[in-house]
Design a protein around this ligand. Structure first.
Ligand code: GDP
Length: 320
C-alpha cells in the first residue's frame, strides 16, 4: 500500500466512536490505538442514542472533534424481518441525532457507516456506488436499508448546506470477534460457526443451513473493515459514499463447507429451503477504495479461523 499524507490528522484529536461496544465499533477503537488520539466513549446505560436532547447535551458537554458513527441496530435476515419498526426507527433516530448534533457543535469530521444492503436487489454486480436509488430494495432488509440511505443523504445534505466534512462508507457483510452469535438474530458467519461447533460437539450427522445455499455474498473481516474506515477518515473527503469490501464473493454452500473445515466437522449439509435466501448476489465494486490506496489483507479462511478461535475462547471464559 502506498503511504499517503492524510488530509485529516487524527493524532491529538478527541474522538468518539459511537457504538464502541459493537463488533465494528470495537474494531475501529482497536485500530485507533495506533493513531495517538484521545478516545471518548459512553455506554448505552448512560446515553440512549435515540433521544435527541440527551445526545445533544452529551455531545455539547464532551465536544468530540471527530466521530465514527458505528452505532446502529443491526441483525441478520431473520431479525430484520421480525423487527422492522426497530430497524427503521432506531437507526433513523440514532443517525439523525448524532449527525445533527455534530453539526451544531462544529465537529471537524464525521464518518457514517452504512451497509451494502442500501443497493437495489437487482443491482448489476459487482455493485458500484452509482447503483444507489436505481431500483427496488431487497424486501428482507428494506427497513434497515432505508434508514442507512437516509444517513448517507443526511451527510450529503449537511455537507452541501453547511460545508460539514461528513463522509459515508458502506461496508459489505462483516464478521469477526465480538460478532453476535445468537442464532435468531445473527448474520450467517457467526450463526454457522456456532451451529457447526455445536454439531461437532454433539456428533450430529448434518449441519442445518438456511435457504438453498446458492446466494452469494462478499465477506470482509472486521479488522480489515476498521482499517479501511480509519484510512478513509484520514484520506477521503467528498459527498460520494464509498464501498468497503473484499471484492470477492462466495456462495453460502461453499462458505458452509469452509466453516466445517475450519471447525473440523465432517458431517453433511442440510439446506432448509423454507428459510429465506435474501438477495441472490451481493458483491461490492471497490475500485474507488482501491484507487485511494487501500486493500483488504485478511483472507476468508484466516478471518474465519480467527473468529472461531475467539468464539472458543469465549465459550471457555464467558466473562472475559
Ligand atoms: P443478508 O446478507 O442480509 O442476507 O444476511 P445474513 O447474513 O443473515 O444471510 C446471508 C445468507 O446466509 C442468506 O441467504 C441466509 O439464508 C443464509 N444463511 C444460511 N444459514 C444461515 C443462518 O444460520 N443464519 C443466517 N442469518 N443466515 C443463514
Amino acid at each position: 500500500m502506498t503511504e499517503r499524507v492524510p488530509s485529516y490528522r487524527l493524532a491529538g484529536k478527541r474522538i468518539w466512536v459511537a457504538g464502541s461496544s459493537g463488533m465494528v465499533g470495537r474494531a475501529i477503537s482497536r485500530q485507533l490505538e495506533n493513531e495517538n488520539c484521545e478516545l471518548i466513549s459512553v455506554g448505552r446505560e448512560r446515553l440512549d442514542l435515540r433521544r435527541q436532547s440527551d445526545v445533544e447535551d452529551w455531545m455539547a458537554e464532551t465536544r468530540p472533534q471527530a466521530i465514527f458513527l458505528a452505532a446502529a441496530k443491526v441483525g441478520g435476515i431473520m431479525a430484520n424481518q421480525t423487527f422492522p419498526a426497530d430497524f427503521l426507527y432506531d437507526n433513523l433516530m440514532i443517525e439523525s441525532n448524532i449527525i445533527h448534533a455534530a453539526h451544531r457543535i462544529g465537529v471537524e469530521k464525521l464518518m457514517f457507516l452504512g451497509s451494502s444492503c442500501i443497493y437495489p436487489r437487482n443491482a448489476a454486480q459487482p455493485i458500484t456506488e452509482d447503483a444507489l436509488l436505481t431500483g427496488a430494495l431487497e424486501p428482507s432488509n428494506e427497513w434497515y436499508a432505508i434508514a442507512k440511505i437516509a444517513g448517507i443523504k443526511l451527510c450529503q445534505a449537511y455537507r452541501r448546506q453547511f460545508g460539514s466534512d461528513f463522509v459515508s462508507a458502506m461496508p459489505t457483510n462483516l464478521y469477526g470477534e465480538h460478532d453476535n452469535f445468537d442464532l435468531q438474530t445473527s448474520h450467517v458467519i457467526p450463526a454457522l460457526i456456532a451451529k457447526t461447533h455445536a454439531a461437532k460437539t454433539k456428533g450430529a450427522a448434518a449441519l442445518d443451513v438456511w435457504g438453498t445455499g446458492t446466494p452469494r455474498r462478499d465477506f470482509l473481516y472486521v479488522d480489515d473493515a476498521a482499517a479501511a474506515i480509519v484510512y478513509l477518515m484520514q484520506h477521503y473527503s467528498d459527498e460520494q459514499h464509498l464501498n468497503v469490501g473484499a471484492g470477492r464473493d462466495i456462495s453460502i454452500g461453499e462458505l458452509s463447507a469452509l466453516i466445517c473445515e475450519v471447525v473440523g466437522f465432517q458431517g453433511g449439509l442440510n439446506f432448509l429451503t423454507d428459510k429465506p435466501d435474501g438477495t441472490p448476489l451481493k458483491k461490492l465494486d471497490t475500485s474507488r477504495l482501491s484507487a485511494l490506496g487501500w486493500q483488504a489483507r485478511i483472507g476468508l479462511r484466516e478471518g474465519i479461523t480467527r473468529t472461531y478461535d475467539w468464539y472458543c475462547e469465549q465459550l471457555a471464559n464467558p466473562n472475559r
